[in-house]
Design a protein around this ligand. Structure first.
Ligand code: ZN
Ligand code: ZN
Length: 335
């Protein structure tokens, strides 16, 4: 099983398939791109043609405008591109997210993009895709990373809301994926009142609702008819950038919460002035990452996008072939 026969090779702008003349998640504009999901570090505007799931294409159009590419193609079933056969499979990361399987005569590669194994009601669940070469992310690829049950983290938020009924709670969460995940966690926990949202979440959240994700009663946090006191005991979801602005001052003595896999690192929470860290991640933690490699049992594992070294070392100790990809330009916006 040699990497020389692999259908994908590493180029400065990302993984490239010579047999099909396409890139996967390239960081520079290319002629033809296959995109795993709509987060900005994977999905860029300006490619000649884009092949992705329908939801990823829709989300890219919402974020970049309808003219984000000259040519769109929706991924469906097994597709032939030149000498390569490709297929898309759910990744459990955000709405529309996919793993991409590629084969061109030799070994089959699965590029996971970003993925998660924990149930996420805002998107389709991760699916195992048998492969000879598994390309895994390693965002949380260190044994210290353990993501707690998201329902338990949600209870911490609701307990704080109950304990401080005169204050507003502002939950910092990235606008695509994490925000809607937090909304669904609140709904599952029984919070059936309004959720107030920052303007940057409006179109993305409306798209989730249109796609059948029941986010419930969402209201603009910037409604001028509401007074400061009206937000007492309420929950506001906003991108974390508002922590550094005066935006939060419109709310009564706000409790700043932040939903992120990084919140298990206390220094990160302190640095951002977060009073209520919520460890909610859309990526595999160490246990799920290593379990996935064990279950898929690929002949080779390629590691990218984070803590490559620890995952490579773990593979070596397990007697598994592995190598780092060191692709440039990936830092997940969503965590
Ligand atoms: Zn992502
Ligand atoms: Zn990513």
């Amino acid at each position: 099983m040699g990497a020389t026969r692999a259908p994908l090779i590493q180029r400065p702008e990302g993984l490239y398939c010579p047999g099909g003349d396409f890139h996967i998640d390239p960081t520079q504009p290319v002629d033809r791109a296959l995109i795993t999901h709509a987060h900005a570090d994977h999905a860029r505007a300006g490619h000649g043609a884009v092949l992705a799931t329908r939801q990823t294409l829709d989300l890219m159009a919402i974020r970049y405008g309808e003219d984000f590419t000259a040519s769109r193609q929706i991924a469906e079933g097994r597709m032939r591109i030149g000498e390569a056969e490709v297929s898309f499979h759910p990744a459990g990361h955000i709405l529309g997210s996919a793993q991409i399987a590629v084969q061109a005569g030799g070994p089959r590669v699965t590029v996971s993009g970003d993925y998660a194994r924990v149930a996420n009601p805002s998107c389709a669940p991760w699916e195992p895709v048998p492969c000879d070469i598994f390309v895994t992310e390693a965002t949380f690829g260190l044994p210290v990373f353990h993501h707690p049950d998201p329902a338990t983290e949600t209870q911490k938020l609701l307990a704080s809301v109950a304990a401080f009924p005169e204050r507003a709670h502002i939950v910092g969460a990235y606008s695509l994926g994490k925000s809607q995940r937090v909304m669904m966690l609140l709904r599952e926990a029984g919070w059936d009142g309004p959720i107030y949202i920052h303007g940057s979440l409006e179109r993305l959240s409306a798209y989730h609702i249109a796609e059948g994700v029941p986010l419930g009663d969402l209201r603009p946090a910037t409604d001028n008819s509401l007074k400061k006191a009206d937000f007492a005991g309420q929950i506001v979801i906003a991108p974390p950038s508002v922590f550094e602005s005066t935006w939060a001052q419109r709310f009564p003595d706000p409790v700043l919460a932040f939903a992120s896999g990084w919140m298990s690192v206390r220094a990160r929470a302190r640095q951002r002035g977060v009073e209520l860290p919520l460890v909610i991640s859309d990526h595999v933690d160490w246990a799920d990452l290593t379990r996935t490699i064990t279950e898929l049992d690929p002949a080779e594992t390629w590691v990218t996008h984070g803590r490559e070294d620890a995952v490579i070392r773990w593979c070596e100790l397990q007697g598994r072939a592995a190598r780092p990809l060191h692709l440039a330009g990936y830092e997940d916006e969503a965590e």
